[in-house]
Design a protein around this ligand. Structure first.
Ligand code: ATP
Ligand code: MG
Length: 415
């Protein structure tokens, strides 16, 4: 679990602002959901035999004996909220949320126990134009952030029935090759054999490459759905590769699944992942409602942008107000308020100190300008305006300060 220090927060804020504007451009609306849910919600949605539910959840019994879990992902809670508040049945909903998720994973670069996602869920549309919209929205976000080196992988998991038939064939294939499976895969063989395809173990890649492909076992409707999605993406100029090994770690997916991946973050290559989950609403007690969504990993996205050397705009004060003496301190506080009312960001010296000490603080604040009021300035109702970058300074009447400072700032912004 990481502390996010101010510099990191500035990068995150830019991502959040760009993401919000992008999501709103497609008509998605924000929803805010609890971080705690009943544990059974996740077992029933993500699947009791998945890694997340078997070994990664932060679960506890609360004071009234209820089993609760810190959410490991956002989709289950969003569906629960939709059913409870009745906003899913016979409606189209386009929603997004952002916030922390919790998984007790082995900590490593790009994999944390508290991490953050921006999640998107769309309900009530079963056609592949929606799948395409979700992917276009991601692509627009990457463009708006100036992100490069990220590629789209697509697959279809078909219907649960098609997947069950495929699963049998897959188990038969791996059963006859047990000696080539690692410990993890042997464990998955009975419980969740599709996940073997997802193994990152280099020694397993040959046996995985020879396995039957889910693509060859799709039902007709899923095949058509997938082909049409491909058409939409080609039409829109979105490059993608079909990866028949892309299976995702959660049970609720049907048909389309996708991941945006990068080769710049080492082993943790997925920056964004999602897909269709047409069966989940009904499975959790709602009326049958098609749905699809995705989640972006904030830490990995921020790391990628940092590696690219993105210029995130640090929010700094426009000016640091240096105050020398009692009268200056009293007048200065009022002046600072007037400047803020005029829309300027002013950091006001607090706690006194000599000129040298205050100048040092002014430098450290990151402000471009210092405003100085000492005894002379008090007497003449003036302010000394100092450019902290080139060291020049001049005297201004307090009455013309707001105008001059605003001019100075817009000049600085264009130079
Ligand atoms: P992975 O294959 O990397 O384990 P996942 O399939 O568990 O990912 P999802 O549950 O689909 O991932 O979550 C969507 C995104 O959230 C991921 O693509 C990733 O960017 C991010 N994410 C997931 N788990 C973590 C984690 N423990 N720490 C940081 N980011 C994470
Ligand atoms: Mg995972």
């Amino acid at each position: 679990m990481n502390d996010l220090l101010p510099e990191a927060c500035e990068r995150w804020q830019r991502i959040e602002e760009v993401a919000r504007a992008t999501l709103h451009a497609y008509g998605y609306r924000e929803i805010r959901l609890p971080i705690l849910e009943k544990s059974e919600l996740f077992a029933r949605s993500i699947g009791s035999l998945t890694d997340i539910v078997e070994k990664e959840m932060y679960s506890f019994e609360d004071r009234s004996g209820e089993n609760l879990t810190l959410r490991p992902e956002g989709t289950a809670g969003c569906v629960r909220a939709g059913i409870e508040n009745g906003f899913l049945h016979n409606q189209i909903q386009r929603l997004w949320y952002a916030g922390p998720m919790f998984r007790h994973e082995r900590p490593q670069k790009g994999r944390y126990r508290q991490f953050h996602q921006i999640g998107v869920e769309a309900f009530g549309i079963d056609s592949p134009d929606l799948d395409a919209e979700l992917i276009l929205m991601c692509a627009r976000l990457w463009r708006a952030l100036g992100l490069d080196g990220i590629v789209l992988q697509l697959n279809s998991l078909g219907t649960p029935a098609a997947r069950a038939a495929y699963r049998q064939e897959l188990v038969r294939y791996f059963e006859t090759r047990r000696d080539r499976l690692d410990e993890d895969s042997l464990r998955r063989l009975d419980k969740n054999p599709l996940r073997i395809l997802d193994s990152k173990n280099p020694a397993m890649q040959d046996v995985i490459a020879g396995a039957p492909s889910l693509m060859d076992h799709l039902d007709d409707a899923s095949r058509v759905h997938f082909a049409r999605l491909g058409d939409y993406l080609r039409e829109a100029g979105i490059a993608f590769t079909v990866n028949p090994r892309l299976v995702r770690g959660l049970d609720y997916y049907t048909r389309t699944v996708f991941e945006w991946t990068t080769d710049r973050l080492g082993a943790q290559s997925a920056v964004c992942a999602g897909g269709r989950y047409d069966g989940l609403v009904e499975q959790l007690g709602g009326k049958p409602t098609p749905a699809a969504g995705f989640a972006i990993g904030m830490e990995r996205l921020a790391e990628l942008l940092a590696l690219q050397g993105d210029t995130h705009h640090a929010v700094r004060p426009h000016a640091y107000l240096i105050l020398l003496g009692d009268t200056a301190e009293r007048q200065g506080m009022v002046l600072a308020e007037q400047l803020r009312t005029a829309g300027l960001r002013i950091e006001c010296n607090c706690g006194g100190g000599g000129l040298k000490a205050q100048l040092k603080r002014a430098d450290r604040s990151g402000a471009r300008h210092a405003l100085l009021i000492g005894e002379d300035e008090v007497r003449s109702a003036s302010v000394t305006l100092k450019d902290l970058r080139d060291g020049t300074q001049r005297s201004l009447a307090q009455s013309e300060l707001i105008d001059s400072l605003q001019k100075e700032i817009s000049r600085g912004a264009t130079s």
